[in-house]
Design a protein around this ligand. Structure first.
Ligand code: SF4
Ligand code: MG
Length: 328
């Protein structure tokens, strides 16, 4: 299978008055054709900044991509001009966010917001674009498509708006869809419907998906491959079944323990004690050490590297899996 996206040793830093925040620190992620890769972690772990870096949305913030390559279709996106990137964005790479209202224009009817990119990127006439838009609205499971075409965003529910965002995202047949917490703001039933729909679209079109979520239920539903991030670093990755059956990093284990199991009453949901460390005061160490029940002295002074662990697709960054360390 061909790689659609190859993020290679990406580092994105933010410069604040208090100091430098390494929001994404030496991160490599590969998404193959037709594959869904989930990036999972608590808020502030660098998931969204990774996605923003891919989309070229760091410029104009206090941040900067300081290192790495973002390979897409044989090109390094970081080498492209603003114009070239704009052509790829919304055309070959589409993005949906948690809050659809933040990407829709409140004063324009829905239909116009779907037809505009179709006319711009696919050079459709106004009439063709209208027909295609109505088809797309139906495709994302909305009946009364003509009526919705003329509605304004405020007239639709959150779930409907997210469907519209997906319609816009898939309208140009992107090779890659980046979805940042696309269902977090929705109730569970709507969430399940939207995830089903995304999966269906992906299977039909062989699109690749980079899905960002803090929700392991969503990961279980959607992912082929999972990347676990913590404090800007990848701490574990692997194929979804292996990672869920045999998590290796104490942080991944904690995340899985805190996942509510459907249909199973739990007395109290486990939550990982402690908090994500202050990104301004990170020192050479395992960044998880203050929260880790298995912390050893080396963990406080040296950072473990992400390495393959024997006989699986998994990689883990933890001193417990470094030969000769754990027994010391
Ligand atoms: Fe825990 Fe040490 Fe592994 Fe970090 S490296 S997760 S502190 S055991
Ligand atoms: Mg986020």
């Amino acid at each position: 299978m061909k790689n659609t996206l190859e993020i290679d040793r990406l580092s994105t830093y933010f410069y604040t008055e208090e100091g430098t925040v390494k929001a994404v620190d030496d991160v490599s992620i590969r998404v193959r054709e037709g594959e869904t890769v989930c990036i999972v972690g608590e808020s502030g772990c660098g998931k969204s900044i990774t996605a923003m870096s891919v989309m070229g949305l760091i410029e104009g913030t206090t941040g900067k991509v300081v290192n790495g390559k973002i390979g897409f279709d044989g090109e390094n996106l970081l080498d492209l001009s603003k114009n070239e990137l704009r052509t790829i964005r919304g055309n070959e790479i589409a993005m949906i966010f948690q809050e659809p209202m933040s990407s829709l224009n409140p004063v324009l009817p829905i239909g116009q917001q779907i037809t505009e990119p179709l006319m711009q990127h696919q050079k459709l006439s106004k009439k063709e674009a209208r027909l295609r838009a109505i088809e797309l609205i139906k495709q994302v499971g909305i009946s009364r498509a003509e009526q919705i075409f003329d509605s304004y965003p405020h007239e639709l529910s959150g779930g409907m708006l997210q469907r519209i965002m997906i319609a816009i995202a898939i309208s140009c047949h992107p090779k890659l869809l980046i979805a940042d917490e696309p269902t977090t703001a929705l109730d569970v039933t709507i969430q399940a419907q939207i995830l089903d729909m995304l999966r269906e679209i992906k299977e039909k079109s062989n699109m690749s998906i980079l899905l960002i979520t803090h929700d392991l239920g969503v990961v279980a539903e959607m992912a082929d491959y999972v990347v676990v991030m913590y404090s800007g670093k990848v701490v574990e990755e692997g194929e979804v079944v292996e990672l869920f059956n045999n998590p290796k990093h104490p942080y991944t284990k904690g995340l899985l323990k805190s996942k509510p199991i459907i249909n199973q009453r739990q007395e109290q949901l486990y939550s990982i004690p402690g908090q994500v460390p202050n990104p301004l005061s990170l020192k050479e160490s395992c960044y998880f050490h203050e929260r880790c029940a298995q912390c050893m002295s080396i963990c406080e002074t040296q950072q473990p590297k992400l390495k393959e662990v024997g006989g699986s697709t998994q990689k883990v960054a933890c001193w417990l899996y470094e030969e000769g360390i754990a027994d010391v």
